[in-house]
Design a binder for this molecule. Sequence first.
Ligand code: CO
Length: 151
Amino acid sequence: MIREIVQVGNEILRKKCEPVKRFDAELGKLLDDMKETLRAAEGAGLAAPQIGVPIRAVVVDVEEGYFELINPIFVWQKGEQVGPEGCLSVRGKAGTVRRPSKVKILFQDRNGDKYSIVARDFFARAICHELDHLDGILYTDKAENIRDAEE
Ligand code: CO
């Protein structure tokens, strides 16, 4: 089911999200909805608080594939990249954000199984952006210049 994406100004976007403890059908349904909502919005990533659920779950859809990251944490962050970002919760805007160029994260999948991945370039940027959402941080807090997006 496509869910409504919460927009900036809603306080849920500023919450520190709770870890996922139950890897059950309800979580599966939430992730299915997040995937459908992300695809419909043609975005690169979506965090659970963006559909009003303040838990530590994000989905990322990039060249490298589609990923569901539950309880993700950084192992390390390296390098630096500077590039444009937008957010489905800040419609019509874009900004330039400095991010690490390479990150390693640990996460769980929807079954609770543990994995790690190393991501580079845009994939790393998408992960950093989405993980920030889990701590109530928006890219606009970090962007050097916020402008109207070219759409
Ligand atoms: Co966002």
